[in-house]
Design a protein around this ligand. Sequence first.
Ligand SMILES: NC(=O)c1ccc[n+]([C@@H]2O[C@H](COP(=O)([O-])OP(=O)(O)OC[C@H]3O[C@@H](n4cnc5c(N)ncnc54)[C@H](O)[C@@H]3O)[C@@H](O)[C@H]2O)c1
Ligand SMILES: [Zn+2]
Length: 364
Amino acid sequence: MREITVPVGDRSYPILLGAGILDSLGTHVRAAGIRGSVALVQDQAVAGLFGRRVRRSLEAAGYRVSPVAVPSGEASKSLAQLGALYEAFAGARLDRGSAVVALGGGVIGDLAGFAAATYLRGIDFVQVPTTLLAQVDASVGGKTGIDLPTGKNLVGAFHQPRLVLIDLETLDTMPEAEYRAGFAEVIKYGVIEDACLFDFLESNRDALLGHYPDALLHVVARSCEIKARVVGQDERESGLRAILNYGHTVGHAVETAAGYGEYLHGEAVAIGMAAAGRLSSRLGWLSDEDAERIERLLAGYGLPVRLREPLPEEGLVRAMRLDKKARDGELRFILARAIGRVESAPVLEPDARAALRKIQAAGT
Ligand SMILES: NC(=O)c1ccc[n+]([C@@H]2O[C@H](COP(=O)([O-])OP(=O)(O)OC[C@H]3O[C@@H](n4cnc5c(N)ncnc54)[C@H](O)[C@@H]3O)[C@@H](O)[C@H]2O)c1
Ligand SMILES: [Zn+2]
């Protein structure tokens, strides 16, 4: 088992990683100092796969466990589901010493984490992420929240978990497309921080797509280390944390312009990384060879680097202007200086438009 610390002062916490470690959850929750009862908030589909093991492990460690199932899918990051969780917590008589354990992907982590952040003004929280995206990204860093009909993640709080337990074996049941989409974020860590990770992803693609535990442990652990370091330096996203948004300016614009659900998040981010790479090379920051190398790696993991259907440029530009990095109408991008090094920079609209043309569907 590997352990990585997320260094956030007196709220620092461990990420535990391994293959087949789900049954040890109860022991680790106990070791994290949680003494009260536990609400086990679980994705409905994931509950059927791992819910019983997780519950047994918690009960064996002496916890009173109240399971709460949440329907799978982004639609559950809603005020209605949040309200249902508060009612379930009250029904289970959670108190200030109780904890919420989130079992599922990023949807469950964000929703259950926000419920934990706000119930009784904040109770303890444990993440057991079961998707690749949640293991390398959503479960680490303490961002929690829900969506409103007008937009994603509009309501939220920073609430660090007490513990993150990552069992790589849970990924074995993931749908293939979702699994591959998770690699967009892993590739992102290579581009922003770690050329060695990037090389490893190039050399070990078959092992990783084949779920080899050693290869997977290496890239998930490395991703968590990078995110932990960045979060440790900039917990509230006032500076450095923005580099984690590499590929996300255009990625979010693609998700918005195409309509949510048209692209998986990782697929949109892959297209966004292709655009950011092209923009970086257009501005003379990155060589054309490296921009192409990034696209080849993404494509090697079955990720798109061009839009599947053309999208109107105006819609994409409008969505980019709403990006949280844009200030006073000025577009800002995270751009690559090299594979393994990025910086935030203002970008002129004609340059951004030129990059958008590079990612239009083939033949347009
Ligand atoms: N808090 C953060 O820092 C942060 C960062 C990135 C993304 N997010 C959020 O994460 C969410 C996306 O997370 P996600 O991609 O994990 O989606 P998700 O939680 O919707 O999970 C994807 C699908 O996989 C299923 N699933 C989960 N684990 C499984 C398993 N082991 N086997 C089989 N099926 C499984 C789920 O039922 C669901 O249908 C978004 O809401 C996004 O905003 C948050
Ligand atoms: Zn992302």
